[in-house]
Design a protein around this ligand. Structure first.
Ligand SMILES: [Zn+2]
Length: 240
């Protein structure tokens, strides 16, 4: 009961928290080109509302505009950009080791507003997926010995989706924990930090095998995502 009141109070505080903006980045700006034995291609999105074409960039040729309609391209879809605050950055790549073993990775580097990052389950169901099972998967990483992934089997078990959140210091698989950390930083430290949401998805014919490929992949990816201690250039002013 008391804990419930405390949690509710913290969450309410998180909704209204202002606080000093911490310039530290939760993860590096760009996803790496290679991760262990995997090579990757960037996913690009046409910025024309009527076209909405998305495709994997051919690394051997230069694409400056949408091949379908010549509109500008971006690493985030137009819908995502319209939905999310302007200081949110999205990077997405498909990693491949064989044509059949592919992992799509998406990094949302949030801005200073909580709504930069949504609850993943809400977005996935909104995109028409069904979540068949959901569970935490422990995975010891050098930098985070207590690391856990949230794993979801979607659309039967044809697709595995896994994610976690980090502010560069803390790592959690729980969206509620992320909100509580934001409230804690605001109320106790008068500080607002950027958070990142890292998600992976892979089609699957065998859940255990796919999950073990993903775990191995994350062990290689995680150290490459860790942000340098300080940003290279002074942070942009945030007037909000
Ligand atoms: Zn287009």
């Amino acid at each position: 009961m008391v804990a419930g009141v405390l949690v509710t109070g913290m969450l309410l505080a998180a909704m209204t928290t202002r606080g000093r903006l911490d310039p530290a980045m939760p993860v590096r700006h760009r996803l790496p080109t290679t991760v262990g034995p995997y090579t990757s291609t960037e996913i690009l999105y046409c910025q024309s509302e009527s076209c909405a074409h998305s495709f994997m960039r051919d690394p051997t040729t230069d694409v400056a505009a949408c091949p379908e309609c010549m509109a500008p391209l971006d690493t985030a879809s137009l819908a995502e950009k319209q939905l999310l605050p302007a200081d949110t950055e999205i990077d997405r790549r498909v990693y491949m080791v064989t044509p059949h073993q592919r992992i799509t990775v998406s990094v949302v580097r949030g801005g200073y507003e909580r709504r930069s990052i949504h609850k993943p389950q809400v977005c996935l169901v909104g995109q028409g997926h069904t979540i068949t099972r959901q569970y935490r998967v422990p995975l010891a990483l050098t930098a985070s010995p207590d690391f856990e992934l949230m794993a979801m089997e979607m659309d039967g078990s044809d697709q595995i989706f896994a994610y976690w959140f980090t502010d560069g210091h803390r790592v959690t698989a729980s969206h509620l924990s992320r909100l509580l950390w934001i409230a804690w930083d605001g109320v106790i430290h008068n500080k607002r930090r950027r958070w990142a949401y890292i998600s992976l998805t892979s089609t699957s014919t065998h859940t255990d095998a796919t999950l073990s490929h993903m775990k191995r992949f994350i062990q290689d990816l995680h150290p490459l995502l860790i942000s340098p201690a300080r940003p290279a250039s002074p942070p942009a002013k945030d007037n909000r």
